[in-house]
Write a protein that binds this ligand. Structure first.
Ligand SMILES: [Cu+2]
Length: 174
């Protein structure tokens, strides 16, 4: 009996911990989804989504700068580079970032991130979706779920200098 009591106590304590632990886990998961929208969309990608076709060319402009989506909607954003200037001096990509991302800080770091197609490692966890960097007449699609939290999520072209001349917009989740 002497040896049984601590074990029973231990099991009881474990059960209590497990029960309270469950409650806590559920709550913190919800909180994490709300405060860190970057994590949820990166976890899973849809196999298909509402098609949104954007073009860009040598004038360094996206064909439109506003996309509206419903929370959690599956989207397929296709960027086509209709320009003719070679990729090393006029590449384009489409990069969606977490709400509130400091775009100037992003582009500062992006300028030295040529090896990762101008998506800097320092901002990797802020990237919700992105296409590869496109040369002339190339196109690529980013498949992703819109964030579940309504808000304005910035997108831009990460090629050096392009955001500054206007290659940026917003995904508006509402
Ligand atoms: Cu560009």
């Amino acid at each position: 009996m002497k040896s049984n009591s601590p074990i029973i106590l231990g099991i009881t304590a474990l059960a209590v911990l497990t029960l309270s632990g469950c409650g806590r886990t559920e709550k913190s998961t919800d909180a994490a989804t709300e405060s860190v929208p970057a994590v949820a969309p990166a976890a899973a990608k849809p196999t298909t989504g509402r098609a949104i076709a954007i073009t860009a060319n040598d004038t360094m402009k996206f064909s439109f700068i506003e996309i509206r989506a419903q929370p959690g909607e599956a989207l397929a954003v296709t960027l086509t580079n209709e320009g003719t200037v070679p990729k090393f001096s006029m590449g384009h990509n489409w990069v969606l970032l977490a709400e509130g991302t400091d775009l100037n800080a992003f582009t500062t770091d992006a300028a030295t991130a040529a090896t990762t197609e101008y998506i800097p490692a320092s901002f990797k966890d802020r990237v919700l979706a992105a296409t590869k960097l496109l040369g002339p007449k190339e196109s690529a699609t980013a498949l992703f779920y819109a964030p579940k939290k309504p808000g304005h999520y910035p997108f831009l072209c990460a090629f050096p200098g392009h955001m500054q001349v206007g290659m940026k917009g917003d995904l508006i989740v509402e």
